[in-house]
Every structure is written in C-alpha cells, then in structure tokens.
Design a binder for this molecule. Structure first.
Ligand code: DX5
Ligand code: ZN
Length: 225
C-alpha cells in the first residue's frame, strides 16, 4: 500500500446553523471528523447520535466518529449503527479496549483508539495488532482552536517505531492545533490522517484548505527517513 495523506475536517468548528452546507463544502475530504463530547469525559458538550445520522446520510464522505465519552463500552456500537465508518474511543475511558475494538468491528466499522497528550504510546502495546487507526491527541480534548502540543512529534516517532517493530500499518491520525504551518512536520513525524477544524472551517474556502493541507502533508511524508 502506498501511503498517502488523508484529511479529516472537524465539523466542531462549523457554523452549526449552516451544518449541511458546511459538510457539503468538504466533499473532497477523506473523512468527516465528528467530535462527540459528553460533558463528563471532557468539559464540553457537542453532538450525538441524531445529528450523526443526518450528517452521515447527507454525504458520501465516510464519517470518523471521535468519542470523547466516559462509557464507550456501552455506547460505541450505537455510533456504528448511526452511520459512522470509523469509530475511535479513548484508552483513558475504558478498562476493556480490546473488547470495545472488536465490538465496533463486529458491528461493521473500522475501529481505533485515542491517546490523550499525557498517555504514553506504550499503552498501545497489547492492542496495536487489533486497531485500524490510532489517534494521537495533540491538544487536551474538549475544545477546538487550541495550540498544538509539541510532545506529539516524539509520540508519533515512537508510534511509527512500534508499528514497524510489530509489522502493522494502522492509520495514524493527529487531532488538535494542526494547520498549514505545521502539517508537513506532523506528517514527517508519522501521521497520515490530519484532523483540522479551525483551519478548514474558519476559512472562506474549506475545500481549498483541504487540498492545500493534503499537498503540504505530502511534502512532509516525502521527508520521512
Ligand atoms: C478537540 C477535538 C478536535 C478539534 C480540532 O477536542 O477532538 O477534533 O475540533 O479543532 P482544531 O483543528 O481547531 O484544533
Ligand atoms: Zn476530534
């Protein structure tokens, strides 16, 4: 498989009163990144299953649901049923990551785990063979528009090394504070799926930003050793 850069605009940064129009404006994206916040695992509320159903049925772009919720064991499969093609949940939110991953896959979607900035990559050691994607948070989850935390670069290199050692190639996604100024470095360090909220939706031309991020990410990919 030739590795390429995928772009996943986060609709958390949308104008919610124009949500349909804004989702339609990124039809050239690889995923729609759908941030679910429960006001408990993270100190903010966003949207849940009903809006996911409407978003997923309005677009051909697969939906990547990022569950920032306290009880993924009970809830993750419902997001598959509501139309998500990829469901990721936080390692910090469950004692049963292996079980949740396989429940998502059995329900028919791709499955991934998320690590907060303070959670070490070694936490993935026992489940790296079971994941379709790893999401490294590059901000503390809960809000859009925050600054990128630099330790993410080191974690990306550690994650690439772990995947290489184990002979697996999950997608590697980075989420938070990524834009044109750092996307090349993030891809050079190991990411191949880029979440971008503010960078895409706080611009006049979201589709152009998606393409520009992809091109800049590819220059980073080409610089990898
Ligand atoms: C943060 C969310 C992100 C966020 C990214 O908790 O998981 O997906 O929307 O937004 P930006 O790109 O603005 O940092
Ligand atoms: Zn997210």
């Amino acid at each position: 498989m030739t590795e390429d850069v995928k772009i996943a605009p986060s609709i958390l940064a949308c104008d919610f009163l124009r949500l349909g129009e804004q989702v339609a404006s990124i039809s050239n994206a690889d995923f729609v990144h759908y941030d679910v916040m429960d006001g408990h695992f993270v100190p903010n509320l966003s949207f849940g299953l009903d809006i996911l159903r409407q978003v997923a049925s309005s677009t051909d772009v697969p939906v990547d649901a990022h569950l920032m919720i306290s009880n993924p064991d009970a809830e993750a499969v419902r997001y598959v049923q509501a139309g998500a093609s990829m469901v990721t949940f936080h390692m910090e939110a469950t004692n049963h990551a292996h079980r949740v991953l396989h429940a998502i896959k059995d329900a028919g979607a791709k499955a991934g785990v998320v690590l907060n900035p303070a959670t070490p990559v070694i936490a993935l050691d026992a489940i790296i063979d079971d994941v379709d994607m790893v999401l490294l948070m590059s901000v503390n989850p809960g809000f859009g528009g925050q600054s990128f935390i630099d330790v993410t670069y080191r974690k990306l290199r550690q994650l690439r090394a772990l995947c290489f050692e184990r002979g697996v190639e999950p997608l590697i996604e980075v989420d938070g504070g990524v834009g044109m100024d750092n996307v090349a470095d993030v891809c050079a360090a190991g990411a191949n799926v880029i979440v971008a909220g503010s960078a895409v939706f706080r611009s006049d031309d979201p589709a152009k930003v998606v393409e520009d991020l992809r091109q800049a990410g590819r220059t980073g990919l080409a610089k990898r050793l």
